[in-house]
Design a protein around this ligand. Structure first.
Ligand SMILES: [Zn+2]
Length: 52
């Protein structure tokens, strides 16, 4: 199952929510990183999962 990682640019917080759970602002689709995207995203995915 593929999940969409979103980011609150205001809090610099990664989440799966469309609204930031911290400040309530709209989250955005973060731009692809120039380095090791898979590794980076799996890390954030784990962080986001722990926040739910
Ligand atoms: Zn926020």
């Amino acid at each position: 199952m593929k999940v969409q990682i979103l980011k609150c640019e205001f809090c610099n917080l990664f989440t799966l929510e469309k609204d930031c759970p911290k400040c309530g602002k709209k989250t955005v689709n973060p731009k692809p990183a120039k380095y090791s995207e898979n590794d980076k995203f799996s890390k954030y995915r784990n962080i986001a999962r722990n926040q739910i």
